[in-house]
Design a protein around this ligand. Structure first.
Ligand SMILES: Nc1ncnc2c1ncn2[C@@H]1O[C@H](COP(=O)(O)OP(=O)(O)OP(=O)(O)O)[C@@H](O)[C@H]1O
Ligand SMILES: [Mg+2]
Length: 371
């Protein structure tokens, strides 16, 4: 069911947590809220679930307005038909897995037989059918997590909200559950709002990603759009672009100079905003032993300060002569692992340098959200 959030505001004791947030989640769409700690992700979900009373704006779920500050509408949480899975998954330890799933259904006056059938079906869906009769406290962390998910899904919520549901799990299990969640989402056509601060998870689970900064949505787009064209240096940096250097213009539109170092970069895009940075992904930077002649623009001399073997790739930190420390990820190649202290050439293709405003200009925020 479509969820429509308009001009949402929320303050805790007068301190704004959500400043002005508008977002429409399409029917069956999965939106991931991505952003730094404290930017307002959980607060946004709690407002939709009816667990917080916003200070302004409106929220509609399907055809029904569940909150409207002006019209004084505030539908209580239990009447909103919203499922929420929290980061710290609470299961009732003295009940079996199945009883955990059935309990909320029984509270909703679903008949015993029907509740049992629905509960079992949902447990099958998350791969826990075989553990239905086990005590809930006897599950592993990942199984409990899936139990909590099944409990929310059994309610057939109009919208399912998941707040960092996988963050307590180990990396392997998280990968598996991520894929499983995506499958369930697509199969069931679930409308969902998912919160994470893990960008890999966001890229994997989202139809669209909403990047939150300080209580607003700074950028909204498909995972591909957000990844290839972040709207600001702050967003790029949050998405794992580790080389971010403040720059100013030079005499030429095709060159920028680093503010903190006496170094110029050739770029393809001119500076558009007064406070901008050159942003370069570590995997777009090439590191080779000194004196291999490559004859291209943006080639700098430097010295390896850190070399980390990562299997298929090697991660380097290189201190450029009269320049910053550069973070590079290079594929395994004929050079092997270049030792710490080696003299190297670092080269950066101008087309891989993104020149971005440090923060999203506020005028563009509203345009982007409207788009
Ligand atoms: N109950 C509360 N009382 C007062 N301030 C709160 C309360 N809950 C959250 N805040 C504040 O509101 C802001 C947004 O908090 P929120 O929990 O929504 O952040 P978040 O994006 O979910 O962060 P995280 O990634 O750390 O979970 C923060 O500055 C936080 O300190
Ligand atoms: Mg949170």
């Amino acid at each position: 069911m479509e969820v429509h959030i308009e001009d949402l505001r929320l303050a805790y004791n007068g301190v704004p947590a959500i400043r002005d947030l508008s977002l429409t989640i399409g029917d069956g769409e999965s939106i991931v809220l991505l952003g730094q700690s404290g930017c307002g992700k959980t607060s946004t979900m709690r407002c939709v679930a009816g667990l917080e009373e916003p200070t302004g704006g409106s929220i509609r779920i399907g055809e029904r307005t569940v909150f409207d500050a002006v019209a004084n509408v505030n539908v209580p949480s239990h009447k909103r038909n919203v499922g929420m899975v929290f980061q710290s998954y609470a299961v009732w330890p003295h009940k079996t897995v199945l009883e955990n799933v059935i309990f909320p259904l029984r509270m909703k006056k679903v008949g015993r037989r029907q509740a049992r059938a629905d509960g079992l079906k949902t447990l099958e869906l998350v791969g826990l059918g075989h553990l239905a009769d086990r005590g809930a406290s006897l599950l592993s962390g990942g199984q409990m997590q899936r139990g909590a998910l099944a409990r929310s899904m059994a309610m057939k919520p109009s919208v399912l909200m998941l707040d960092e549901p996988l963050s307590n799990l180990d990396a392997r299990l998280r990968d598996d559950l991520r894929v499983e969640l995506r499958r369930i989402q697509v199969e069931q056509g679930l409308t969902s709002l998912y919160v994470t601060h893990d960008q890999q998870e966001a890229l994997a689970l989202a139809d669209r990603i909403a990047i939150m900064r300080d209580g607003i949505i700074a950028q909204l787009g498909t995972p591909q759009q957000i990844y290839s064209t972040p709207a600001s240096a702050a967003i790029a940096s949050f998405l794992g672009v580790t080389n971010v250097f403040p720059v100013t213009s030079t005499h030429s539109a095709n060159r920028v100079t680093l503010i903190e170092h006496p170094l110029e970069l050739a770029v393809d895009e001119p500076i558009e905003y007064p406070e901008s940075s050159a942003c370069i992904r570590p995997d777009d930077i090439d590191v080779r032993p000194r004196e291999t002649r490559i004859g291209e623009r943006n080639r700098f001399a430097g010295e390896v300060t850190v070399a980390v073997f990562q299997g298929a790739s090697i991660r380097y930190q290189v201190k450029l002569t009269n320049g910053p420390v550069i973070d590079a990820i290079c594929p395994q190649n004929a050079h092997g692992v270049l030792a710490v202290g080696s003299s190297v050439d670092v080269s950066i293709d101008p087309s891989s340098i993104m020149v971005l405003p440090n923060e999203v200009p506020e005028v563009r925020v509203s345009e982007r959200v409207a788009a």
